[in-house]
Design a protein around this ligand. Structure first.
Ligand SMILES: Cc1cc2nc3c(=O)[nH]c(=O)nc-3n(C[C@H](O)[C@H](O)[C@H](O)COP(=O)(O)OP(=O)(O)OC[C@H]3O[C@@H](n4cnc5c(N)ncnc54)[C@H](O)[C@@H]3O)c2cc1C
Length: 467
């Protein structure tokens, strides 16, 4: 079998690793990637040490269902060197996690070659794919054609959207990564407006602080809602809100809420209080909420931990089964859901709080527009800035710019269709989509466990359709 993998980020590593451990009969695998930073994708390339992974090792394993794979690569010494005291877990720079992806991909390729597979990495962007006989033909930007039987589309998500039309304005940073390059151009005393208040905005603020920035920094966003703060893992396993229970009953939002309520009841926690506290994120003063959350890192309540974990474990499966009106209800809470499902690490929360308390950092919510120059127009008053950093990520299922011609050709050839809520859905057994572009997937961005699960599932399907 000839397998083509388009894109070489975490999703591609998950596919290759699953192929290496599958024991499949020898064939040919070709990976296409234009970036010089193979296997790292957008998030895990070389960058500042202040740019950290945002989850503990148990949920950063790219080998599906082997939760210890990344932790054993990290080893006790590196784990100790990167221990986050507040979380009680190692949190490494994302560039170091990128080394894990590189090592995993290279080990998989070596294992495959040992078993007789031909492996190739083509340093080019794929711009088209179409059916050809019983297989497919892919075309790269340089005009070369490549044949494959199964095509895995692993092209990642989009880059930040320029909501305020500031592209090209002097002092505007359209895409913040790598922060090592973009922040290098920011003078130490400049007034900086960071658009957004999610994890990318937190990365930008923390990295400015790490570089000794002493100018004013404002987080400019419509909602002003910050990510929640990670709580120390307790090793608690849900007994009610489980995949088995979800499989057993009709899946509705009320049904899932009832399972969570039962989970909390068992633990002696008040469900009504829990939901009130969550929904208060929309109205509570963000700095005070951050302060309370930081103080609650070691709080033994299970509620938020169970909800956060379930969003990534049961969430993707349940999402596909939910009736559309329930999905719509959830989409209305996109900001809150994202902030709970993808919290910030306590070490970053502590830095943010210090900057808020010193008055260097502020939140500007209800921003209406930003004029070149720069002037932020917000309901609470205007704000001047020398530099604007765009830290707004596009929603999942956005088509990345680099993959637009490829997606257009897949649709034209009938290999794929667009899902009504966004994202790409295979319409032919020769095509598979892994990562945030996969249509019908959850409305929140996948973490590594979701990417790894989807990679292993897609590989299984590819091997069975191609045999
Ligand atoms: C900034 C950021 C930080 C994150 N941090 C974490 C974290 O700490 N923990 C966690 O669990 N999750 C995190 N995530 C979520 C998740 O881990 C990542 O989104 C994950 O890297 C997704 O992998 P991917 O392979 O789908 O996409 P990507 O990593 O984006 O890789 C896609 C690759 O495809 C290539 N490509 C695109 N178009 C083409 C084409 N036409 N032809 C050939 N190649 C192409 C790109 O160059 C890129 O290398 C983060 C996400 C982001 C955006």
């Amino acid at each position: 079998m000839r397998i083509a993998i388009v894109g070489a980020g975490a999703a591609a590593v998950g596919v290759l690793d699953a192929l290496a451990v599958s024991g499949a009969e020898a064939g040919e695998v070709t990976v296409f990637e234009p970036s010089p930073h193979l296997w790292r994708g957008r998030p895990y390339g070389p960058d500042l040490d202040s740019v950290l992974v945002n989850a503990p090792p148990a949920i950063m394993s790219i080998r599906h269902a082997d939760f210890g794979h990344y932790a054993s690569w990290l080893g006790p010494e590196r784990a100790e060197a990167h221990l986050d005291d507040l979380l009680g877990q190692p949190l490494v720079p994302r560039a170091l996690y990128g080394e894990y992806l590189v090592d995993t991909a290279e080990a998989a390729l070596a294992e495959l070659r040992e078993r007789g597979w031909r492996t190739r990495v083509v340093a080019a962007r794929v711009v088209a794919a179409a059916r050809s006989g019983r297989g497919c033909r892919l075309r790269t930007e340089d005009g070369h054609e490549h044949a494959a039987d199964q095509v895995m589309v692993c092209v990642g998500g989009g880059t930040p959207t320029d909501h305020y039309g500031l592209g090209g304005a002097p002092g505007f940073v359209g895409d913040p990564y790598p922060l090592a390059d973009t922040l290098d151009r920011v003078p130490g005393g400049a007034g900086v407006a960071v658009i957004g208040s999610g994890l990318t905005a937190v990365d930008a603020v923390v990295s400015l602080a790490a570089r000794g920035h002493d100018g004013r920094i404002a987080l400019v966003s419509r909602s002003g809602m910050l990510p929640h703060v990670w709580q120390r893992p307790l090793g608690y396993r849900p007994r009610r809100l489980t995949a088995e229970r979800v499989e057993a009953g009709a899946v509705t939002l009320d049904g899932l809420a009832a399972l969570l309520r039962a989970e909390l009841d068992d633990a002696g926690e008040d469900f009504a209080h829990f939901t009130r506290e969550l929904l208060a994120a929309g109205t509570e003063q963000p700095v005070e909420r951050l302060r309370r959350q930081l103080a609650a890192v070691g709080d033994p309540s299970i509620g938020r931990r169970v909800l956060q974990e379930s969003a990534h474990t049961i969430g993707p499966y349940a999402w596909r089964l939910l009736p559309e009106p329930d999905r719509e209800r959830l989409r209305r809470h996109f900001r809150l859901a994202t902030s709970v499902a993808s919290p910030m690490v306590p070490v970053n929360a502590a830095i943010l709080l210090r900057l808020f308390d010193s008055g260097q950092l502020t939140v500007v919510s209800s921003a209406r527009k930003i004029e070149a120059g720069f002037l932020v127009r917000a309901d609470g008053g205007d704000l001047k800035a020398d530099v604007v950093v765009n830290a707004v990520n596009p929603p999942p299922q956005s088509v990345p710019h680099a993959a637009e011609p490829l997606v257009t050709s897949l649709l034209a050839d009938g290999l794929a269709t667009m899902h009504p809520s966004g994202g790409l859905v295979p319409a032919d057994p020769r095509l598979h989509v892994v990562g945030d572009l996969a249509g019908g997937g959850p409305f929140i961005t996948s973490g590594i466990p979701g990417v790894a699960a989807r990679a292993a599932g897609a590989l299984r399907t590819a091997l069975s359709s191609g045999s």
